[in-house]
Ligand binder design. Structure first.
Ligand code: SAM
Length: 280
């Protein structure tokens, strides 16, 4: 009989957040597949667990997936963990889980911490519908294009971000979504220096620019979705410029109308006029 693949969430800072079931699973399985064996080795030794470790990271996942599936088919059980939080959430593991399911192997979650849900749960922003965008692109143009496309999103948005890019990213978020959009900044969740700030995007950008935000640690940004239409502070011309040419004009008009409350037909006409150049 095949073994079971357990997808095990581990703490995002506070070791007491390792659930008793996660701890037991890590101790009981034949093998722990870990993103960084040294990092997970420290977690295991803290809890007195001696299970064998195998490295499974972004760069070897494809090739390692086959070995792990063979081990599972031979009846051994495996726990998949990442450095922190829930594996596969902006972390490796997708290929292994996919391959295991294809091979008819039982895949079981051992749920627990994730920075995404931790930040969202204390943000005070709407949680009934949200979208997780993972890491914002590091390159300025890709980031701005993505944010322009997301400016009409009505669900709460969750982003992972590097603290080193926080000033640039908040400036781009403010530009794309307007300075008054409610947002939430969460740094070092569950750790000694946990810091949470609920403010508008404009205020957060000012905090970051003035150096009030400590440039250290791990960050989640949560941003309220757009309240469709009335009172939008987004610059219509800027958004038209950002989106024009990247998708059909009708789609641009639809997104800009949703984000700003302007009439779709009027925007479409404006796009056609822009394309045909200044009128004489
Ligand atoms: N799989 C993890 C999870 O479930 O949260 C996320 C892994 S991703 C590679 C790492 C990113 O998660 C960090 O760059 C940061 O954006 C966020 N993160 C992880 N731990 C955090 C913490 N304690 N406080 C705030 N953000 C955190």
């Amino acid at each position: 009989m095949s073994g079971t693949l357990y997808v095990v969430a581990t703490p995002i800072g506070n070791l007491d957040d390792l659930s008793p079931r996660a701890r037991q699973t890590l101790a009981d399985v034949d093998l722990v597949a870990a993103e960084d064996t040294r990092h997970t080795g420290r977690l295991l030794s803290h809890f007195g667990i001696k299970t064998r470790l195998l490295a499974l990271h972004e760069h070897n996942e494809k090739e390692r997936a086959k070995k792990l599936i063979d081990e599972l088919l031979e009846g051994r059980s495996i726990a998949l963990v990442s450095d922190a939080g829930t594996p596969l959430i902006s972390d490796p593991g997708y290929r292994v889980v996919h391959a295991a399911r294809e091979a008819g192997i039982t895949v079981t979650p051992v749920p627990g911490p994730s920075a995404m849900t931790a930040a969202l749960s204390v943000s005070g922003l709407p949680t009934d519908r949200f979208c997780f965008e993972g890491f914002l692109p590091a390159k300025k143009k890709a980031r701005r294009d993505l944010l322009a496309r997301l400016s009409a999103e009505t669900r709460t948005l969750v982003f992972y971000e590097s603290i080193h890019r926080i000033c640039e990213s908040l400036a781009d978020l403010e530009k794309a979504f307007g300075p008054d959009r409610p947002a939430f900044f969460a740094r070092e969740l569950t750790k000694v220096h946990e810091e949470c700030i609920g403010a508008t995007l404009g205020q957060l950008r000012q905090h970051a620019d003035s150096g009030e935000i400590v440039q250290k640690g791990e960050v989640v940004l949560v941003v309220s979705g757009t309240e469709i239409a009335a009172g939008s502070t987004i610059d219509v011309d800027w958004l038209l410029d950002e989106l024009a040419g990247k998708m059909p004009d009708k789609e641009v008009a639809r997104i800009v109308a949703m984000a700003t409350g302007e009439k779709r037909n009027k925007l479409y006409k404006r796009l056609l006029e822009r394309a045909s150049g200044p009128s004489k």
